[in-house]
Design a protein. Sequence first.
Length: 508
Amino acid sequence: TIIIFDFGSQYTQLIARRIREFGVYCEIHPYNVDKTFLKDKNIKGLIFSGGPSSVYEKDAPKIESQLLELGLPVLGICYGLQLITYLAGGEVSGAEKKEYGLAELKLLGRSPLFKDVPDLSPVWMSHGDKVLKLGRAFEVIGQTDNSPYAAIAHKSKPLFGLQFHPEVQHTRYGRQILKNFVFEVCGCAGDWTTQSFIKESLETIKNKVGNKRVLCGLSGGVDSSVAAVLIHKAIGDQLHCVFVDTGLLRYREAEEVETVFRKHFKINLTVVDARERFLNRLKGVVDPEEKRKIIGEEFIRVFEEEAKKLGKFHFLAQGTLYPDVIESVSFKGPSATIKSHHNVGGLPDTFDFELLEPLRELFKDEVRQVGRELGIPDLIIERHPFPGPGLAVRILGEVTPERVELLQKADAIYIEELNTFKIYNAIWQAFAVLLPVRTVGVMGDQRTYDHVIALRAVTSSDGMTADWYRMPYEALAKISNRIINEVAGVNRVVYDISSKPPATIEWE
Ligand code: XMP
């Protein structure tokens, strides 16, 4: 295991993902966490991340200088390098010129950190501070035009610092440098794989659950699906899944879930038909936040009622992923609530269950990998994210059964064609939106006054920012044609060309 201490860099998760790609397990912890766990013999090295602070500021995040004395290899990146320097008695100050972007790294001497890295190579810089004087017993092992201390190392201990970011793609040999740290310096084995994860998880789940029962809210999304199949593989019929059909799902989604989980995986599954309940409560509601609130509340009610009927459960399974875990422990300033994301499936903590979260160590792409390994079909594994409130926030204005049906049909055609054109997987999220306006059209000799469907497709890596997808005209033409011809009540289709920010991915 490699431990990364996070000082608030936007790239911290990227470091962890890179290292895991080498088959080395790696965890992120906030810099101020209690460090007693470092006694674990499996821990082979530490990384100090970058961060927005300056080490010489009064409230700058610091870390115990004893960490440099544990005998464990340490790699400091950007702020991490400055911190190591500071802890080892060197000097850091604000640079007159901030350095941002590409620079050329020139290696000085040989270091195990730079095995198979050429003497000159491009690196990505992003910092405002610089080292003035090295810490005790440190030496320079690489420099750039603006940073005489771009890479440093201790003369006798495995302590290293890099002013540039090896985790970003622009640093051409960044991967190699991280690999060198993990294998050459820390001596990791590289045997952490999806199979080993599954094998270990099955044991852990069995031991933890014993003969107790587990309840799982299945959403049809990747995370809860993988969690359910993994847990089922471990404890079989002690698992019971509940899927709530809110009536706000994608076309035929409820049936698909039944087919995959009950028929294929033979998992105990209750599908609750709560369509009427949700639609009744949404009658006359147009405000998006109000819709979210109602759906969130109703979901919890339905789920609770159903759980009661099914008897006593000790555990509640959830598809929590590693980014959620880090998000909740990292020190981050409060950010404004733009939308309240009532995550359907996000249940209140008043529930008297112990949580079972078998995926809490994994990133999304690793979860997909595990899902594939477990034989979950691509339909579910590759599926775009879907908001908890479902189609309710894609039907602008009032949600009625007719409008749901209309949108489901248009959306199904859209998704089908994206698959036909083989562009579905190039898109982060694509969906149709039903607008609350009518426009004039002509059909035969008749004037029509009908609905407008907006098509949204974005690329993104995490949903936080997004760019509109440059959809081929042929695909747009086919989709528009089919929707207007096949979905009664639609006479116009438009394509959304806004990015996030300032737009959001959803329309509500
Ligand atoms: P926005 O629209 O905020 O969406 O750019 C970012 C991502 O979040 C999803 N989303 C939601 N997910 N409950 C959810 O569980 C919600 O209320 C909700 N609103 C948006 C959206 O689909 C996108 O993936």
